[in-house]
Every structure is written in structure tokens, then in C-alpha cells.
Design a binder for this molecule. Sequence first.
Ligand SMILES: *Cc1c(COP(=O)(O)O)cnc(C)c1O
Length: 364
Amino acid sequence: MSYAPVTRLTVDLDALAHNHALLRKEARGAEVAPAVKADAYGLGAGPVATRLWAEGARAFFVARLHEGEALRAALGARDAVVYVLDGVPSGAAPRLAAAGLTPVLNSLPQIDEWLAFCAGGPRLPAALHVDTGMNRLGLRIEETEALVASRRLDEARIELVMSHLACATDPLSAMNGRQVQAFKAVERLFPDARASLANSGGVFLGEDFLFDMVRPGICLYGGGPFGRPDARLRAVARLEAQILQVRAVPPGEAVGYGGLHRAQTGMRIATLAAGYADGVLRAASPGARCWFAGARRPLLGRMSMDLMAIDVTGCDEARPGEMVELLGPEVPLDEISTAAGTAAYETLVRLSPRAERIYVGAAG
Ligand SMILES: *Cc1c(COP(=O)(O)O)cnc(C)c1O
């Protein structure tokens, strides 16, 4: 038998395309511009954006300048618009321009920096971030009104005006409606620019939230828009680990560090080749379940760096070499994230390069 990796992360590009198609349908004609920051939430911005380009995506969002440079290189001749949410940190304008990146200007000093850089040369395109209630990045509405009145932006080429929803994972939050109303007033200030408000959650809040462009991230990668599994979306990341050993634990004996789990009756336990160094959150055990041989099996005791224990009592199929799913179609991203006390976003970005990574589905 040849050696197979003991821990494997499969990224399913066809599932990604399926989720993208659902978002396109929900976006009803608004452009779907995928958020591929943080290496496409840990799944690989190059392969993810390349496939999404083949599915029709023509604009992408990253957070950092160097993410934009890496994405530009990965896209090669594909002439996508790459928006950088950090905008123009001091001194960054030449690098942004050299890589053909579009900054999302988010403060008056950044606007000054970009205008100064463009003065005397071509007017390079930029986006403008206006804060409508999150108080994170972006110009305040009063600042924006004053800026427009000052005509200072007449020298700029603002192609997109955007804002970000603070409470989109909660469709009942009154904040959503307040932000939409505030953003409509902002949109009117920029009749020549396109407008974008919605992240994944926003796409599912109704037509009012769609404007000209939506910027989904987590739903593309299989996380539900409202922090819980959504059956319309497919799992994109699948993490599996081999069973290294199966052992019988007599009643009264304990399992793992700290002896946290004590067997009440005789148990069979499988030790898996995955731990928090592979990116499974340590807080997921005990509490989370994995999937093996057609059933959910609880994680037992305290997870180790390289190993974890699961309960396979009564399961004859559990043998060394068999693969167990820790995240994927049968173990929803949102479910294991909730078990670990976190959100799908963090689960994905923590997946570590130690787990051997394979891409399945058409590359693009
Ligand atoms: C990360 C991010 C998104 C994507 O958010 P999801 O909730 O993953 O869909 C969209 N817009 C901005 C400004 C972001 O920072």
C-alpha cells in the first residue's frame, strides 16, 4: 500500500461554482464581486479567483495591498478589477498603481494621498468607503457631504461607492434598515459611481440591499449567510484525518490530556491524525462531532496538537487507515464553528497548511 497523507484538506471548486451561481441568482442582476481576502478565507485566492473568473466574476475584494499583488499575479492575463479594502496606507500609492489595484479610499488623508499621487498623471480609478453605522473604516456621512460640496472629488475617478453592514447575520436587526436608508442618501451624492452595500448576509436581506454590486465571501465558501448551515449552499472545504489507532478503553479510565474524558462504560476510541496544528479549533473538543461510517461521532476529551480522540464504540468499520470527516458536507462549517464558540470565518482561516491540500473540480 502506498503512503497517503494522513490529514487532507480538499477544496471543491465545483461546490464553489455552485455557491457562486446561487449568489448570482439572489443578486438579481447586481454584479457579484467575490471577497477573496485572507487568501480566500484560507482556501487559496489563486485557485478560487481563477475558477470564479471562469464563472463570470470580473471584480474581487482583498484587504491588504500584498494580497492584491498576489492575486494580480495569480490572475495573470485575466483583467479583473481588484479592490483593496485597506485603501492607500501612507506611501502605498505607487505600489497600488504598479499592480493595477483599485484602492477603496476610506479616510480624508487617504483621499489626499491618492489625489496627490494621481496629480499630473492619469486619473486612476478608486472606490470610496462611506461608514453608515459600523464605525470601523470609511468616511462619516457628514464628511462625505462636505467633501462632495467642496468639489475636491472632481479631480478623482470614483467608480464605486460602498459601505458595509454591521449586523447582516441577523435579518431581524433594525440596524440593517437604518444602514440601507443611510446608504441610499450616500448613493445619491455619487450619481456617476456604482454602489455596493451587501456582504453575504446582505444578499439575502432583500432587493433593497443589492444596489449595483454585492461582495459575498463566506457564502461562496459554504458558510450560511446568517451564521447557521444553509442547505442551498455546498461545502467547499472538506477536512479529513486518518485513524491511526483504535483502542479499547476500560470503564473508569480517562482519555487524553488532563484526563478530561472518563469512560463510564467500556468504549472503543479512535485516535485521529489531526489536531489544532491542522487548524481544527481546540475549543471544538469536547462538543463537536465528526462523521464516520454513516454516523456522527463525538470528539472526546481535550484535543492535542497532532491528535484527537473520537468515540467509535460499536463501530466495526473503525480501523487504522480509514478517513474521518472533521469538516465538510456531513460536518457543516457553521455547526463545528458554533461548537468551538466561533464563526465559520475563523474556522476557515485557521485551516493550516500542514493538512495536505488538494483541489477538485474544474480549475477554470
Ligand atoms: C469581508 C468583507 C466582505 C465579505 O463578507 P462576508 O460576510 O464574508 O460575505 C464584504 N465587504 C467587506 C468590506 C468585507 O470586509
